[in-house]
Write a protein that binds this ligand. Structure first.
Ligand SMILES: Nc1nc2c(c(=O)[nH]1)N[C@H]1C(S)=C(S)[C@@H](COP(=O)(O)O)O[C@H]1N2
Ligand SMILES: [Mo]
Length: 200
């Protein structure tokens, strides 16, 4: 993996109290997904750019793996009440992929798609925060299959359901649309510092 030497420190790690309201700090990520772990086939895998982009296109696994990588230091907060502090990730910045996408000016939202059928929606200002990374490594190792190998989105500033595992596409949208959990009662945005847990 090429490396542009960039180290990103998630701004929330600079807070005096790094534990958001109602959260309990645990040692490592628990495991949560709505369905099984999708099979990965390096030759067939594609990362897809769709919706309001100049022209829809895909990256192969080889092409994705050759993109410039950054390191991310961040805390993770799950809506079910656990937090993991001091996690290390390595991957492609959302801003790098945004530049490649050439999204149309009317695009205001992005839907992240995953190979297990999972989706999650983000407003572009949240998606383009400096600490949003499509990670390939967690704590120095390739991400384990059940935690999202080969590529998992990490959005430290929002509850962890926004951090789509097995991410394989970005769809740019003019109007917001709800993803898997957002359409099942989770909050549309999910800021842990405001306890935006559920919408019902
Ligand atoms: N593709 C996919 N990504 C997903 C999910 C899922 O079901 N499918 N679950 C989300 C939820 S609700 C949580 S809490 C985290 C859990 O990540 P972990 O299993 O690595 O701890 O993944 C998020 N990303
Ligand atoms: Mo979750």
């Amino acid at each position: 993996m090429p490396h542009n030497e960039k180290n990103i420190i998630s701004p929330d790690t600079g807070r005096k109290d790094r534990r958001p309201p109602g959260q309990t700090v645990i040692g490592d990520l628990s495991l949560l997904h709505f369905d099984g772990v999708p099979k990965f086939d390096a030759a067939a895998w594609r990362f897809k750019f769709s919706g309001l982009v100049g022209k829809p296109f895909d990256l192969t696994f080889k092409e994705f793996s050759a993109l410039p990588m950054v390191r991310l230091y961040a805390d993770i907060h799950c809506v079910t009440g656990w937090s993991v502090l001091e996690t290390h990730w390595e991957g492609v910045s959302s801003r790098t992929l945004m530049d490649m996408a050439k999204a149309k000016p009317e695009a205001g939202y992005v839907m992240i798609h995953s190979s297990d059928g999972y989706t999650t929606n983000l407003a572009l200002p949240d998606f383009l925060r400096e600490d949003v990374v499509f990670a390939m490594k967690y704590n120095g190792e390739l991400i384990e299959p059940e935690h999202g190998f080969p590529v998992r989105l990490v959005v430290p500033g929002l509850y962890f359901w926004k951090s789509a595992k097995w991410a394989d596409g970005m769809e740019f949208m003019k109007h917001d649309r709800q993803g898997y959990w957002e359409s099942r009662g989770y909050h549309n945005r999910g800021d842990p510092w405001k306890e935006e847990r559920y919408s019902i």
